[in-house]
Design a protein around this ligand. Structure first.
Ligand SMILES: Cc1cc2nc3c(=O)[nH]c(=O)nc-3n(C[C@H](O)[C@H](O)[C@H](O)COP(=O)(O)OP(=O)(O)OC[C@H]3O[C@@H](n4cnc5c(N)ncnc54)[C@H](O)[C@@H]3O)c2cc1C
Length: 633
């Protein structure tokens, strides 16, 4: 008892110290910039200006500058991610609710999120060089071939799976056990993809349970794209690995300039269609910078539509209502989709998994991580997943509609110190449902809705660039979405009944969720109520500047990612997705950036009658890096 209390106090203390540490990183960044007056060293004009140094923006910047012929300015609202502590996988959730997170919130939901404070969904997003790839769970999953074929079928030439596979491979450096499958994997890209360095025994039980139910256990990033899999992650020697590690930290191009703490307010547009630069704010001062070749918006699914609308590109009526002069009437901000999940702490076990606070806080775990890149500190949260068709979708013609994510823990495990606040769990739900689970052995098998029918939007609250936009995801407004998640719960129940899961004593947490007590536990009505109460984002919003031909009235960019009816203005980030892939979306975002960089260059070259070329050359760089790491370890 006393030991548990000590561990809990230590954890509480560590969370607070970490928060203070992040704050000091911020302060340090601020003071450094004041002293260095970095802006004086910036030029007034670059070949390319990229807005937002997230997953996509960093790859765009790296690729556009790698020939060292073009000058590239990468503007980022957040600070540089200077501390190696930020790359420790187990620490990542603590970055939420700090200055490295935009800390967005949705509007109160009317059909969902009833168990969250004010029915509001918390949307963490990276505000740091590296963007959300610095806050994410590093799961690497590409999705199903039919996801991308459907993009092409909607008029997006060049986006079918056979067209995008080379770009998935271009960014990938696969160090895991599937590296020899060269049709699907590559070992020459800048982004490391690896197996997990450490797992709990629950993984094998979950995979065996899947096998018993008739699913294949396979490499979901290979030919067979439905089934069960141990998670593949973006990591190297147990540490997180993101595009920022490759293109900025270790191998920055001499023609790339990264300007942090620079909040872009609007795109500068002349003659009603041509982008020639951006206006940004840095420590209270406003600046303008020009782009000779192109302006690329990579500010993410919230930031990009916000900036475009502030620039006069967006739904005419909405812009006028905020007094913004309209340059182009386009459906910017519409078509918002997100993966929705539920099922935290849903499974109780009769034996402990080695991920307790005690195991994590142990000095052995510390040394294992720093000396060998092993142990629980390398653990990002999700250790296995499944991607399947429920019987609501056609396995022959449609992409899979359900994912399961396996977390060998739950939010009750940290006693309410951080995770419940990050998710915005209401006091009632916490006190009556989660808190009593503290100290018990819990796991989370979380069904994820892969292709939501409900759709939302991003709107401006005002014309003030400093005001966060209004986020309306409209979660679970379409009844089919609840039905799909209900099928997910049914699948979880089937898995729990298998022998491998029974060996852990796995069973449903049968304490009725507050708000759903009036329904008999385990009835369909109970689960529908449960889903509408414990409605969580899976953190994959996309689609707010949808790609599509001009004939598609919902489209903002064409299949070359150029904003319709503009010149030299591109969007390259999660907002261009016409529909969500059947996967966590970061791999797809990186693929879009790899393809986007080639298209932006090709566009310029074609306009100026130059030949186009494909860039190579990362293999040697990566080999050099691997060799240097080997010397260190
Ligand atoms: C908690 C969490 C866990 C996740 N886990 C996974 C996972 O395991 N696997 C997976 O595949 N995906 C995961 N994702 C999703 C994935 O990381 C994101 O979808 C992806 O990183 C989005 O990339 P992006 O380039 O579109 O945007 P971002 O990476 O968000 O980049 C946008 C950048 O633009 C900057 N910016 C915004 N506005 C401005 C402005 N006005 N001026 C200047 N800069 C600006 C931002 O600060 C940010 O750096 C997760 C997301 C979260 C939040």
């Amino acid at each position: 008892m006393a030991f548990n209390w000590c561990i809990f106090s230590l954890y509480t203390w560590a969370v607070s110290v970490f928060g203070v540490f992040v704050y000091f990183c911020h302060l340090n960044s601020y003071l450094t910039h004041l002293v260095c007056t970095e802006h004086d060293t910036l030029k007034n004009v670059y070949d390319y200006v990229i807005v937002g140094a997230g997953s996509a923006g960093v790859i765009m910047a790296g690729r556009l500058s790698e020939s060292q012929k073009d000058s590239v300015l990468l503007l980022e609202a957040g600070i540089e991610s200077m501390s190696p502590l930020f790359n420790i996988p187990i620490v990542t959730p603590l970055l939420q609710r700090t200055d490295l997170d935009w800390q967005y919130h949705s509007e109160p939901q009317t059909n969902a999120c009833f168990g969250l404070e004010n029915n509001v969904s918390h949307w963490p997003m990276g505000k740091v060089v590296g963007g959300t790839s610095k806050l994410n769970t590093i799961v690497y999953l590409r999705g199903h071939a039919r996801d991308y074929n459907s993009w092409a079928e909607r008029g997006n030439v060049g986006w079918a799976f056979e067209n995008v596979l080379p770009y998935f491979k271009k960014s990938e450096n696969h160090l895991g056990r599937f590296k020899n499958n060269v049709v699907y994997h590559s070992q020459s890209g800048p982004i490391f993809v690896n197996g997990l360095s450490w797992t709990t025994p629950l993984v094998n039980a979950f995979l065996a349970a899947g096998r018993i139910l008739g699913y294949s256990v396979t490499d979901l990033n290979g030919h067979q794209q439905t089934g069960f899999m141990e998670a593949q992650v973006n990591s190297l020697h147990g540490s997180r690995w993101s595009p920022e590690d490759s293109f900025i930290k270790h191998y920055p191009s001499p023609t790339l300039t990264v300007a942090s703490n620079s909040v872009v307010e609007k795109v500068l547009i002349k003659d009603g269609y041509e982008a020639y630069g951006v206006q940004y704010r840095k420590f209270g001062k406003k600046y303008k910078v020009r782009a000779k070749k192109a302006v690329i918006m990579s500010a993410g699914v919230v930031g990009t539509p916000k900036i475009l609308m502030l620039s006069g590109i967006g739904p005419e009526k909405h812009l006028r209502s905020h007094g913004i002069p309209v340059i182009l009437n386009l459906p910017v901000g519409k078509h918002l989709q997100d993966h929705v999940t539920t099922g935290l702490d849903l499974v109780l076990l009769n034996r402990s998994l080695p991920l307790s606070l005690g195991a994590v806080a142990s000095p052995v775990s510390f040394f294992k991580y720093f000396l060998f890149g092993q142990g629980p500190w390398t653990f990002p949260g999700c250790e296995a997943l499944a991607v399947v068709h429920t019987n609501l979708s056609d396995g022959e013609t449609e992409p899979p509609d359900l994912q399961l994510m396996v977390l060998p823990t739950g939010i009750s495990s940290d006693g309410g110190v951080h995770l419940r606040k990050a998710l915005g769990i209401s006091d009632k739900l916490w006190n009556e449902y989660f808190s009593p689970l503290y100290g018990q052995h819990v796991a989370s098998l979380m069904p994820v809705l892969l292709h939501p029918k409900s759709m939302g939007e991003i709107l401006l609250r005002s014309s003030n660039p400093e005001e966060p936009p209004l986020i309306q995801p409209n979660y679970l407004t379409h009844p089919r979405d609840v039905e799909t998640l209900y099928h997910g719960i049914e699948l979880v129940k089937k898995l729990l009944r298998t022998k491998p899961m029974q060996e852990f004593g796995a069973r449903l947490n049968d304490k009725p969720l507050p708000g759903c007590e009036s329904f008999p536990f385990d009835s369909k009505k109970y689960w529908e109520c449960y889903i509408r109460h414990l409605t969580l984002t899976s953190y994959h919003p996309a689609g707010t500047c949808k790609m599509g031909p001009k004939s598609d009235f919902g489209a903002v960019v064409n299949s070359n990612l150029m904003v319709h009816n503009t010149h030299r203005l591109f969007v390259v980030d999660a907002s261009v997705m016409p529909s969500l892939p059947s996967a966590n979306i970061n791999a797809a975002v990186m693929m879009i950036a790899e393809k986007g960089a080639e298209m932006v260059q090709m566009h310029w070259n074609m306009l100026h009658g130059k030949s186009t070329r494909r860039s190579l050359g990362w293999k040697s760089v990566v080999e050099e890096y691997q060799a240097s790491r080997m010397c260190l370890s």
